[in-house]
Design a protein around this ligand. Structure first.
Ligand SMILES: Nc1nc2c(ncn2[C@@H]2O[C@H](COP(=O)(O)OP(=O)(O)OP(=O)(O)O)[C@@H](O)[C@H]2O)c(=O)[nH]1
Ligand SMILES: [Mg+2]
Length: 354
């Protein structure tokens, strides 16, 4: 009996110490940890929130991103053409066959980043109207994060190529740059001053080392790209990136460290998922799925795959799930409201009201 009592007491002491540490940290800093596999949308959510709370970049800052946008457009156009060719697809119109050659022959002139040549932008614009080309982008471009923004950039290519072009905040959000390491974002206004957002880029396999620095994390936002079901995994250990994402979630959610941390699970890239589900069946990659091309059924199935790996006790309040398109502006409001509500609920809980 005595042994049981002292073991229980030590455990209780450990918990009390953890909750005092957490409460102390709570009054000075609210850490939000953004996790997910590469390309899931963590930086997109961070940038959207930063733009909404702090205002977007200045004109000079946006102008400095022009080269990155050009590079993205040129790489995406070349990749789409190469994919089309390797699949043996042909454009219907003769002029589009010539446009293919123009795109393949064009190399970005990094010494002159003031505009894209009209010959190149017109070639992309005309090709984008060709069903064969469009089909390739949506059907076979799936294995590249670069291609998630391809439709947006091809749609906008004439504006982007024009002399005097300055990227908009939306253009910049659409460009993909792989985040290396952990990037912290702070805010300057109102209660958001206490929020420190940590965008965890390239996954560090020995997460046990750095994760200790985040023991008092207020909220975890875990991002999943719904469209990852047919994409190659980054670590090369899983059959596809969705399985890699499930494995990462399983690892994080069952870590004792975060047993009492609210988790917001975002199923992102609904727009890409919608466009590809009918053409690339989910059951090719997940044979036990039987809902066909019904987007709701497919989302429910994927959600079940994630919630099914939770082993530690986690009440409904601590895990919420949402299906989103991070590039849509209204998603920022959802994220912002969700963070605020979770902070408030946790504050009430810590004050003993819940
Ligand atoms: N179409 C579409 N594209 C999206 C969406 N969310 C993100 N993207 C694009 O997907 C690409 C990758 O998004 P990021 O936010 O950079 O992904 P990440 O999780 O930060 O990736 P890493 O830094 O590699 O870990 C970018 O080009 C985004 O613009 C979405 O909902 N729809
Ligand atoms: Mg990133």
């Amino acid at each position: 009996m005595g042994h049981t009592y002292s073991a229980w007491s030590a455990e209780q002491g450990r918990r009390r110490e953890a909750s005092v540490k957490r409460a102390y940290k709570w009054y000075s800093q609210w850490d939000v940890l953004l996790l997910g596999v590469s390309g899931a949308g963590k930086t997109t959510l961070t940038t959207q929130l930063r733009n909404a709370k702090e205002g977007g970049r200045s004109e000079a800052e946006r102008a400095a991103c022009r080269g990155e946008v050009y590079e993205h457009v040129v790489r995406a156009a070349r990749l789409a053409v190469e994919v089309m060719q390797s699949n043996g697809a042909q454009c219907a119109e003769q002029y589009n066959r010539e446009n293919v050659e123009i795109i393949l022959a064009y190399n970005l002139d990094t010494a002159n980043l003031l505009y894209l040549p009209a010959e190149f932008t017109t070639a992309v614009h005309q090709l984008w109207a060709d069903a064969a080309f469009k089909g390739e982008v949506y059907e076979y471009g799936g294995d590249s994060v670069l291609m998630d923004s391809a439709a947006y950039f091809f749609e906008e290519v004439l504006r982007i190529g024009a002399p005097g072009y300055v990227p908009t905040d939306t253009d910049i959000i659409r460009v993909y740059r792989n985040t290396i390491g952990i990037v912290e974002t702070r805010f300057s206004k109102d209660t958001w001053q206490w929020v420190h957002l940590f965008d965890v880029g390239t996954w560090v396999p020995e997460c046990k080392k750095w994760i200790q620095d985040f023991e008092e994390t207020a909220i975890i936002v875990f991002c999943v790209a719904l469209s990852d079901y047919d994409r190659a995994s980054v670590d090369g250990k899983h059959e596809n990136r969705m399985l890699e994402s499930i494995a990462m979630f399983e690892n994080v959610v069952n870590l004792g460290t975060f047993a009492n941390t609210p988790i917001i699970l975002f199923f992102n890239k609904l727009d890409v998922f919608r466009a590809k589900l009918a053409k690339l069946p989910l059951q090719w990659h997940f044979p036990d799925y039987s809902g066909g091309s019904d987007v709701d059924a497919a989302c429910k199935y994927i959600e079940g795959k994630f919630t099914g790996v939770i082993r530690v006790h986690r009440s409904k309040m601590l895990l919420t799930t949402h299906i989103i398109t991070a590039t849509d502006a209204q998603t920022t409001k959802l994220l912002s409201d969700k963070l605020k509500r979770t902070f408030n609920a946790t504050a009430l809980e810590m004050a003993g009201f819940m």
